[in-house]
Design a protein around this ligand. Structure first.
Ligand SMILES: [Zn+2]
Length: 619
């Protein structure tokens, strides 16, 4: 292979082990490979090598000036692209001049053209530049700067753009920025440009703030012991998921026994529709955190040590990318061209907004599914005069917005918390209607999907650990209070469970005879107080939990979804409350309850405040 001076200089700057990289084209993929290998294998040399390469790049640019930077000719629209542009204009003119179409039909056709051609044009523009080896194409290829979409905008045009409400505007921008745009094209793109600009400015702060609250919510969830000893609580997951590796079996799987750690081989021997019931932080019985066995192996392949803040690390694993995705997804904000058909409805928020709602759970939850507020039969579904639909469950009538499509029909029997329409169920409602256990599993799965879609995906087991920390509160509902708590007090579910004695009138029954009674002992992923509906009964029987301890009455507390910032206000010690929000309420409430603090909370807040105050022991 013929070499060049540049190639040899790059080679000279790489350690022997990596010199062969100089023979490759250092595009985005290969450069990333090289950097990753360096960072992993030679972390000490990493910074120096990068700095050296960077200096080299800068000296080339300053020595060669225009030859190495963007030459003006790269901004000229090539003959190929001009032909492409003329063809596109002709197609659009055909639609606009077709007298058989109404205005609305023309708008739909224009949008359809945008969905059909935008990507093809983008690829063609890039291919043309790549063939001519323009500086812009090589910049994009190297991954250093710019995206194909920007190249297309510069040399071809905007095509479809979105308005400030994320709707596609029925106008195809076929004017290259490089040639200057018409007032119409400018006007059309102005609103999306403004939206994109605002979003970038706003997203950084919002994502940072959310990340801070979310991380704080995990403040006291540590690895508390090696094994909580649970034999009957766990979560079923598809057995062929590689995410199961490192977790501990609750139920036997094939010839593998409870307590065994899931290996890649076990996952490989699973059939497509098989499930594995695993121990999970979400169902750990430890009172003061999570046990190592329920947590499973960490990324180093070992059980985490007692005292480790696994949930906080889990939160960090998606908070970082969340902040990044908040910023980067907005960079292309306002660019249309792909038809987005969300089965959950056109009103689904995207990107950061879609994720944020899972934590802030506003009562006006964006894109919310309508849930059955109680058990009953669907007696009526009728159109609402203002648009949308009314649906009646038993004696309650609910309004469903025009974005919702019904998933039930008249005569269907539904249970509290069942989904009646498309959309995303508000986790706060799910927890209140289906109980803490089912709410946790729902929240974890949905958060998993939404983070992935929003570009901030993380390992499922991280989310199990995080969900345990954030969804662990109950509200005392018994008018007489419970133990030392008053009605309305918010308490950790795990704290209540630590010394929970089943009530005397509880009975053990076969699942099918326990209908409508309340669980008195946690089983599978269901928490104490879960009402046995047919759905719960089927799920329990499916995993071979055939007997349950139940009570006719709900317990003295009910599951409560606490927003991340609010959870700290209800901490059982007053010191951690200092790191939450609404300090006045939190501290007054601590004074009212006479909360004392033994300063032994596992919370990192305690560690930060107390550790420096401890007398130094001299050697
Ligand atoms: Zn456990």
């Amino acid at each position: 292979m013929p070499t060049t001076l540049g190639r040899e200089i790059v080679r000279s700057k790489l350690p022997d082990k990596y010199k062969h990289y100089a023979d490759k084209v250092l595009d985005k993929k290969t450069t990333t490979e090289l950097m990753t290998a360096l960072a992993k294998e030679d972390p000490d040399a990493y910074v120096d090598i990068l700095q050296d390469l960077n200096n080299f790049g800068q000296s080339v640019v300053s020595t060669y000036g225009r030859d190495a930077a963007l030459p003006f000719k790269d901004f000229r629209v090539s003959t190929e692209i001009r032909h492409l542009s003329e063809k596109m204009k002709a197609i659009v003119d055909n639609v606009l001049n077709d007298d058989s179409l109404t205005d609305a039909q023309k708008e739909d056709k224009i949008k359809a053209l945008g969905y059909k051609y935008t990507q093809k044009i983008e690829d063609a523009v890039f291919a043309d530049n790549d063939r001519r080896q323009t500086a812009l194409a090589s910049q994009i290829k190297s991954g250093s700067r710019g995206k194909k979409v920007q190249l297309r905008q510069m040399l071809f045009g905007n095509m479809l753009v979105k308005d400030a409400l994320n709707r596609d505007i029925p106008y195809l921008g076929i004017e290259a920025y490089a040639n200057g745009v018409s007032p119409t094209a400018y006007w059309v793109s102005a609103s999306s440009g403004r939206k994109g600009y605002y979003d970038v400015q706003a997203a950084t702060g919002q994502a940072g703030y959310l990340g801070k609250r979310v991380t704080a919510a995990t403040h006291d969830t540590i690895i508390s012991e090696f094994d909580c000893g649970t034999k009957d609580t766990g979560v079923p997951f598809p057995a062929n998921s590689i995410k199961n590796i490192g977790a501990v079996l609750l139920k036997p799987f094939h010839k593998h026994q409870p307590g065994e750690i899931v290996t890649p081989q076990m996952v490989a021997e699973a059939d497509d529709d098989e499930m594995m019931v695993l121990r999970s932080p979400m169902t750990c019985k430890s009172s003061n955190g999570v046990c190592a066995m329920c947590n499973g192996l960490d990324e180093s392949g070992k059980f985490p040590g007692v005292g480790e803040y696994v949930s906080m690390n889990a939160a960090r694993s998606f908070v970082e990318p969340l902040t990044q995705s908040g910023i980067s997804s907005k960079h292309v904000g306002g660019v249309g061209g792909k038809k987005v058909e969300d089965p959950e409805g056109e009103d689904q928020p995207t990107g950061f907004r879609s994720i944020e709602r899972m934590f802030t759970t506003p009562s006006n939850f964006p894109g919310a599914a309508v849930l059955a507020p109680q058990d009953g039969t669907i007696t009526e579904i009728r159109p609402a005069p203002q648009g949308g639909t009314y649906v009646t469950v038993g004696n309650k009538t609910l309004y469903c917005s025009p974005y919702r499509t019904m998933k039930v029909k008249v005569g269907d029997q539904v249970y509290a918390g069942d989904v009646l329409t498309n959309g995303v169920p508000n986790p706060m409602e799910v927890v209140a209607l289906k109980g803490l256990g089912a709410g946790r599993v729902y929240f974890m799965n949905k958060l998993n999907d939404i983070l992935k879609a929003g570009g901030a995906g993380t390992d499922r087991r991280n989310l199990e650990s995080f969900t345990r920390a954030i969804l662990n509160k109950v509200e005392i509902t018994n008018p007489d209070g419970y133990e030392d708590y008053l009605p309305g007090d918010i308490v950790n579910y795990s704290t209540v469970m630590a010394d929970y004695e089943p009530r005397e009138d509880s009975v053990e029954l076969p699942v099918e005879q326990a209908s409508n009674k309340y669980l008195e002992k946690p089983v599978l992923y269901y928490s104490v107080g879960t009402r046995i509906t047919p759905e719960v009964a089927n799920e329990l029987k499916k995993y071979d939990f055939n007997k349950v301890l139940v009570n006719d009455n709900a317990p003295s507390f009910a599951a409560k979804f606490m927003r991340p910032a609010e959870g700290l206000q209800h901490d059982r010690n007053w010191l951690p409350r200092l790191s939450g929000e609404r300090l006045r309420e939190g501290l007054f409430d601590a004074a009212r309850q006479g909360i004392t603090d033994a300063y032994d909370s596992p919370s990192y807040v305690d560690r930060i405040v107390i550790e420096p105050l401890k007398p130094k022991t001299s050697m």
